[in-house]
Design a protein. Structure first.
Length: 305
């Protein structure tokens, strides 16, 4: 019965993806009212995260950001489903990508690279960058629990343009493997997810003690693959720009923690500029740091030019 219901939901989502954008956004407006005002989906988590991250903001400012976040979350959810059937022509109108030429320069050198992304704006459309790159994309994901039908649907969207999805527990092995092959690859990581409480990498992020997966820095340091940062910028409703910039050119020449700290600095800068577009309903701060794990100091602030 569960499998039948899951398949029915997936069938509905596939049909939903064929709706035109104007109708999709009308439904999104209705969904916002249901999600925020009636259901109150994770409102306690969202407001707590915002208050702790921005203690300097008034309650009115926090409420404004929260409302904007919920409206944006509805849009992004439906836009992600839309990618299942959206034409490349439509995608090209709504998504501009900058910085691919820098990655292509490494491809010509037969070098694999690592891209550190974040759950900001429409991160799912980032999978379409594969069609613009000669690198083979390996997109790291956390498997969906107890719902293989939904997982397969999500992965089919992400892999539509030729990228390959890699479970998080296989990401390190995959990166090292493709560092040793003739065809360079890109390991694409959403590095702002929550690791286990036992993570050895804890630092201050958005005014709070926060753990991070140490995998990205370990992989980069071991393979010396250049590290890029993926920033999705919203320029209008259903319109985005992806900016790909070099973060660390020679990871082996840096202290291991510098790789993640540089990423965290860039991520926090972007979130503080437009806070409503990050994934605030995620329970990012559900763990407390164990007493035997030391904090890692953030990098010194660079003076503005």
């Amino acid at each position: 019965m569960g499998k039948f219901l899951n398949n029915l939901i997936v069938l509905f989502l596939k049909a939903f993806s064929h709706l035109p954008f104007p109708l999709l956004y009308l439904i999104s407006d209705i969904a916002f009212v249901l999600l925020f005002h009636i259901i109150g989906y994770r409102k306690a988590v969202v407001y707590s995260n915002l208050r702790n991250s921005f203690p300097e903001k008034t309650e009115e400012e926090i409420d404004r950001i929260a409302r904007e976040y919920y409206h944006h979350l509805c849009d992004v959810s439906f836009e992600s489903i839309k990618l299942h059937s959206m034409s490349e022509e439509e995608l090209n109108k709504r998504l501009k990508v900058y910085g691919v030429e820098k990655m292509e320069a490494y491809f010509k050198q037969q070098k694999s690279i690592i891209v550190l992304a974040m759950h900001y704006n429409n991160w799912e459309w980032g999978a379409s960058v594969q069609r613009l790159s000669n690198h083979q994309f390996f997109m790291v994901y956390n498997p969906v629990r107890n719902n293989p039908e939904l997982e397969n649907f999500i992965l089919s969207i992400r892999e539509r343009f030729g990228g390959m999805s890699v479970p998080v527990h296989k990401s390190a092995r995959m990166a090292i493997q493709f560092d040793q092959t003739e065809h360079p690859g890109i390991l694409w990581l959403g590095a702002d997810q929550t690791p286990a409480q036992s993570s050895k990498f804890w630092t201050i992020f958005l005014n709070q003690e926060t753990p991070f997966f140490s995998g990205p820095e370990k992989i980069a340091h071991k393979t010396n693959q250049p590290v890029f940062f993926h920033h999705t910028k919203k320029v209008g409703r259903g319109k985005y720009e992806i900016i790909l910039t070099e973060l660390i050119v020679e990871p082996r020449h840096e202290k291991p923690e510098t790789i993640l700290l540089t990423y965290i600095d860039k991520m926090e800068e972007i979130i503080r500029e437009q806070p409503a577009y990050w994934l605030w309903s995620h329970r990012r701060w559900k763990h407390q740091r164990p007493e035997d794990i030391a904090m890692i100091d953030r990098l010194p602030t660079k003076p503005k030019q």
